[in-house]
Design a protein around this ligand. Sequence first.
Ligand code: GLA
Length: 563
Amino acid sequence: MKLHQVRILHRQPLFLGALLGCFAGWAVGCSNGAPGGEGTGGTGSGGAAMGGSASTPPATGGSATGGISTTGGGGTLQGSGGVVTGGSATMPPATGGATGGSSTGGNTAGGAFQAAGGTNSGGVASSGGSVTGGKATGGSATGGTGVGGRPTGGVATGGITAGGTGGVVSTGGASGGSTATGGSTATGPLAATPPMGWNSWNKFAGSITDTLVRGIADAMVSSGMQAAGYQYINIDDMWQASSRDSNGNIQPSSSKFPNGMKALADYVHGKGLKLGLYSDRGTKTCAGLPGSYSYETKDAQSYASWGVDYLKYDNCSPASGSNIQTDYTNMANALKAAGRPILFSICAWWFYDWETSIGQMWRTGTDIKDAWDTDSHSFIPLLNNNGGWSGRYSNASYGSPGLSQHAGPGHWNDPDMLEVGNGGMTDTEYQSHFSLWAIMAAPLIAGNDVRSMTAATKNILTNADVIAVDQDALGIQGKPISTSTTLEVWSKKLSGSQTYAVVLFNRTTASASIAVTWSSLGITSASATVRDLWTHTDLGPTATQYAATVPSHGVVMLKVVGQ
Ligand code: GLA
């Protein structure tokens, strides 16, 4: 039995607080970057580009071969043969919006193009790497936009183009290969789009080792997960030794992590990925290992010194007389003071209004388990909890208009990690799980063994059309809009005029036809184009509505654009 299955009952959260929207205090997190960057550049062949970095050691982008041409204004860029080789840096992306240039390996074709929050979504990743805030094609990139700016010089592909709101447009890779250097330091928001990554708990619980995590990191790259946008490798509970060292420092289990966390973080960063760890606001974690209560500053400093990029912070074993808000705030402040951008993932099993001002994501309910609807931990209750509004579902007790109002760039509702591929549900059900998480703009944290995925699992987890819905720059959390609560229509406004994602979701045990009307989405024009996001087919302009047969427990997921 998994640990989390035996210690759930104590979590009966009390929710009384008023629901608040975006606070002025985190205006950064509430801002949207304008999509598309500006790029200028020439055509060239050859050329050396030195990727920029910020507060961390500069990364050398390496030399670029091949030409690249860009056109500015629209943020389009076409490159051919623009392969950057080499480049290395052991440090992760620099503070805030350093991109590309600080990844080991530079911005290699097929490699990662890392953004540490300074770039905003609005970009597109295609072949050549995963991108936040830009567009990568074969290793070339147009600058995305970022709140807080985006350093120039961070991306190199036969030249450099980087730019964006608040950033600088640079010209690089001009004919003959000019050299662009630079990389301004810009501090941008963490989690401009819902965080994507992997977490050890759902599949491995306490069976985690340095070897496993390295193997997962390798597989994240070789399987295409990284290219699809997954960034964080998160080690959950049970990485710690059973006690702190004689100076009170938290330390990893020496048998599981004999090389220490810094070496592991370096390895993960070397893959262009980021490392996450887990702790708890109480005296002990949920598995009974040392918690961070009263050690917040020390622990945050340890994480920063190791190169940790993400902290999941749990809610077990509160100290006597402690206050939940104070405990979480203490760690949020300690992370901020530690001198490294560390995404703060609050795991308090319920929504509290104060969470939105101190974390980038927060669990909205109890632990997920790999089952469709057997008890309160199953997929369906967690979906209802996170996705319901106005009392639409009996257990949606957050009040009108529900949780969706709290989602947006820099701050996300977290219905818990994905179970896709863990074996307890059918592939049709996993497709629904993934689609509904995406339309809710939920963090996409895979929880399966990515070293041995079936083709079906991989196909689900790396579906670029569906991921694009989750990662849409507007950051709107979609909601059910149908009156039926068994044959449902969900809608999410996407960037672009009259553009929506739609999920037709069949909760029943028999296949059924479900229709979405354009007027129910808010589309005013008579016809709309429809793209099926699972079959990847464009269905052409359709008048008034679209109807499809949806399998039992399945979805049809669409992108609809009013014409
Ligand atoms: C809690 C969390 C889970 C997991 C376990 C680890 O139950 O909600 O996601 O982190 O603790 O012990």
